[in-house]
Design a protein around this ligand. Sequence first.
Ligand code: 2M8
Length: 465
Amino acid sequence: MQTIASPRETLATPEQLARRAGRVLRYNDMGDWTRAAPNLYPHQWSWDSAFIAIGLAHLDTRRAAKELLALFSHQWTTGKIPHIVFNQEAPPESYFPGAEHWACASTSPDAPPAPPYTSCLCQPPVHAIAALRIFEVAQRNRGEDTRAAQAFLQEAYPSLLRWHRYLSTYRDPEGSGLVTIYHPWESGTDNSPRWDTVLAAVEVGDLPPYPRYDLQHVANRSQRPTDADYDRYLWLVKLIKKASCDERSIYRYHPFLVKDVLFSAILVAANEALLEIARLVGAQEEERALITDWIERGRRGLAARWDPEVGLCLDHDLRSGRPLRVRTVAGFSLLIAGGQSPEQVDALMATLDSPAFLGHPWLRWSLPPSTSPLQEGFHRSSYWRGPTWPVVNWLLWWSLLRAGKPMWAERLRQASLQQIASSGFGEYFDPYTGERLGATDQSWTAAVALDWLANGPRRVERKVA
Ligand code: 2M8
């Protein structure tokens, strides 16, 4: 029987692991959306939901479609998909800043009807990738679900187009092909050293005392951002609220304005998925031309951020006008954006294989730490400062397949499944010991495990050929 095994032990059969992953998603299921995690994250998060939909597709494509549609029903009139939709049933004192902190966002003329309240930030746009994946899985299964998935794409397409248009206009008034973020929370990699110098320059003013509910849900506070980080996060939220979430004023006065390469690369890949969706739903030629233009612009923008010396793409601080020279997994953005020359892909693979990432001698599994252990500010158990994250590994795996590197992709898939089978559905993992960290039963970890299990080498190889 086929098993998922580490060099020393048999960990699980794929069927057992899939059953466990399914249980996590069912436990976190709130009807038509899914909690990111049972205690630490009792609300709906935007990019979590997209990954969750990818996993749910393997259990029930209709439920997976609902996950995205539930999120899209809270889209702002600008096209923005909010980073959190707050669960009205969440236990009090479970998450901060919660709905009450963001309620004022609902007074913005662009906000959707509330309650439920939403934050006025956004997160990386994995959604079109997820929507297409749902359709592909339904098609693979054949039968009634394919028709339902077609109808889902018809329904989702206008929301996705508005979302990408928002990112390509409000968040890129320069037409650079790169998305500007207003807050580390928008990057999804909150306390990554990517943001250290920008945050250090933010002068925090008066803040009322606030609770750190997050700390009650982790084994050790070193796994979460520091109080100094939180002061800055909340100060930036205060400034955004003071600007009434108005994009133009934010763009004029805000101290945190960064071109985020990972966010931008995900947008390029999502635009490729959107282009395929546009074809499937018979969208107008002008819309398809527009999406093609966004893809080209995005790739050009990212190419301009490639630093040959570091061997990675670098974020760009709009305030100081300087690149942020930090070695993190975000630097593999060109790989995620796709469409690169073989030479460019080889240069990326060289960095990935170097001691800065997979070639580091102390790694428990051959999986990239979120921040390179050779980078100042690396911390092996602190959230986005070093631990490995299954969702990031999923993005790299998926991108390696698209880049025509199936062997590399398969290595990542195997190691990721071993990590999860051995340590559980953690939020993130210590790259040296493999210890599970952060939240337990994290939905997106279970979701990507399901997708990996459904896409073993045979099927994957066929897809790439
Ligand atoms: C983490 O972020 C939230 C704020 O959005 C938090 O720490 O409270 C990040 O890992 C983010 O990427 C993720 O979407 C969210 C929920 O899993 O948690």
